[in-house]
Design a protein around this ligand. Structure first.
Ligand SMILES: Cc1cc2nc3c(=O)[nH]c(=O)nc-3n(C[C@H](O)[C@H](O)[C@H](O)COP(=O)(O)O)c2cc1C
Length: 334
């Protein structure tokens, strides 16, 4: 079976709050992300015309295939948000967040809260699917294993989502109460592949090319969502694609390439003025983490107050002929 949007094992840039803005997604696409997605956006924010919410769902020029990820617990509100996003933005798909563990999202009965109640999750998915269908826009879901390992509801929620018309399901092999602790349990992804007829996309702890091959072989999943590895180094997509194609995989992260990607990101994000400088500074610090000389450049980045100053702080760092500029450590977890 082919994966999401008819693609063969697509590498999807997973939604990341305060990371996957349009400029970041443009860089990830250039490094081989097959599909991109906005960060999670509140359905209520869109329905009530919140300017920040609407800014977050805007695609980069020509970005495709591009999805908008929505978060909401009220079926009618989610349907209105899907309708509005399809009419005003026209994404290639809408993804529903059924897994976010953040306490304020759980309190609003959205995100991972919906895993407690598969019937309610199904009502939200069905409402979104119906609204998307008016515009020919498929709706997918991204979920975790369940509220806790005592209540692994993913098979029920997955079956309900499929019956409600979801085009595919992405599963992060951790529970809501687990947060990011421990390892993702990929056997849950294999179980969901067996249970559903729609494509299943695997997520969790895909750090490099070997992980992608291992997840494909161990689970039979039809695509991959890549989050923290891309957040630290969007050039990882190229190596993952090489591995999936059976081609020789380039050497591990080249610092020069990574810094070049960072500079492109900062220039684009700075030009659009859409991303807060504090977010850009955090992102710059992530990109350089683990590299030789990172401590000094981090200090320079910390005292920068604008995009031009961030670019100056990076000068000379990661130049192809700089000593020790070749290898950096693998992305660490946040
Ligand atoms: C900083 C941060 C922000 C995130 N934001 C979102 C989000 O907006 N929507 C979502 O579905 N998941 C979000 N996630 C979860 C990731 O998309 C992904 O499911 C998780 O990190 C596991 O994948 P990984 O092991 O490749 O990082 C976020 C994770 C992190 C660390």
């Amino acid at each position: 079976m082919r994966g999401p949007l008819g693609r063969d094992h697509p590498l999807v840039l997973s939604p990341l709050v305060d990371v996957t803005d349009a400029a970041f997604r443009s860089v990830a696409s250039e490094w081989g992300a097959d599909v991109t997605c906005s960060e999670m956006v509140s359905a209520a924010g869109l329905v009530h015309g919140n300017a920040k919410s609407w800014r977050l769902v805007q695609p980069w020029p020509g970005e495709s295939p591009y999805g908008v990820q929505l978060m909401g617990g009220d079926a009618d509100e989610v349907a209105h948000a899907v309708e509005a996003v399809c009419a005003r933005v026209g994404p290639d798909f809408v993804d529903l967040n059924l897994g976010c563990p953040s306490p304020n999202i759980l309190r609003s009965c959205a995100g991972g809260f919906l895993l407690r109640d598969p019937a309610r999750a199904a009502r939200v998915v069905r409402a979104a699917v119906d609204a998307g269908a008016e515009h020919g826009t498929p709706v997918s879901v991204k979920m975790r294993v369940g509220p806790s390992w005592d209540r692994p509801t993913f098979l029920d929620v997955g079956r309900e989502a499929e019956a409600a018309g979801a085009a595919w399901c992405t599963l992060h092999g951790r529970t809501v109460d687990q947060g990011y602790r421990g390892e993702a349990d990929w056997s849950t992804i294999a179980a969901l592949v067996d249970a559903l007829s729609v494509p299943v996309v695997g997520n969790g702890d895909l750090r490099g090319p070997d992980d992608v091959l291992r997840m494909r072989d161990e689970t039979g999943c039809h695509g991959f969502f890549i989050a923290r590895a891309a957040m630290h180094d969007p050039t990882v997509f190229r190596r993952m694609r090489q591995a999936l194609d059976g081609a020789p995989v380039s050497a591990p992260p080249q610092l020069a390439a990574r810094v070049a990607a960072l500079r492109t990101y900062l220039e684009r994000a700075g030009a659009s003025d859409a991303v807060h400088p504090a977010v850009l500074k955090r992102q710059a610090t992530r990109f350089v983490s683990g590299a030789p000389g990172a401590k000094a450049v981090r200090q320079r980045l910390q005292s920068a107050g604008s995009v031009p100053e961030l670019l100056v702080a990076l000068e000379g760092f990661g130049a192809p002929d700089a000593p020790g500029s070749l290898e950096v450590a693998a992305a660490d977890d946040e």
